[in-house]
Design a protein. Structure first.
Length: 201
């Protein structure tokens, strides 16, 4: 990290890039990068091998809350916060007492954090109510997680809604992993086959 910072400083100095506050037109591209980094930080803690590392996930959620407070009209900031909250809500049931990952279908849903789920659902509904604004990647992923956390049992999951959301996501982000998740939903959306992103915890 120190080497990267040193290289960036040298590049700024060599290119004579002036230090100034970004204009309103500069913000969308910069916010997108900030949200991507926050999501990486969250995943660094949440997807770590073994027990969840609380420090990165807690800090990522704190910074995402701050970003949303500074940019209340930014749908993706709200979407990312909702995604993090709905994912973090499942943390108590994600790892067994032996330290093994527990698939979504086998998790004890009574152990999920209902307050985080309620807040995440509120954010998702808030974004769905935003008229004339197409949802972004984080908003759609949050909506998928909202469907999963709405079901009291894996068999109660509204798989048609999950598939419809993946259809939107594939059009927005046609990456191989997203396309694979959609294909899995299409072939086996009976409750026995969950999406890879959601199965991982």
């Amino acid at each position: 990290m120190e080497q990267r910072i040193t290289r960036v400083k040298a590049k700024i100095k060599a290119a004579r890039i002036s230090h100034q506050m970004p204009s309103a037109d500069d913000l969308p591209a910069r916010v997108s990068g900030v949200l991507a980094v926050l999501f990486l930080i969250f995943n660094q803690g949440y997807l770590a091998t073994g027990p969840v590392r609380h420090e990165p996930t807690t800090e990522a959620i704190r910074l995402t809350r701050l970003t949303r407070a500074l940019l209340p009209q930014d749908g993706e900031a709200a979407g990312l916060l909702a995604l993090m909250l709905l994912t973090e809500a499942r943390r108590p049931a994600r790892v067994s007492s032996g330290g093994e990952l527990v698939p979504l279908a086998e998790q004890d849903r009574s152990a999920w954090d209902t307050e985080l789920i309620a807040e995440g659902h509120r954010l998702v509904r808030e974004r769905l109510a935003a008229a004339g604004v197409a949802p972004g990647r984080y908003q759609i992923l949050a909506a998928i997680n909202a469907v999963h956390t709405s079901a009291r049992d894996m068999r109660d999951t509204d798989w048609s809604q999950v598939l419809a959301l993946y259809d939107q996501l594939v059009r927005l982000d046609p990456s191989p992993i997203i396309a694979l998740n959609r294909a899995i939903e299409l072939v086996g959306n009976t409750g026995e086959t969950a999406c890879l992103i959601c199965r991982r915890a």
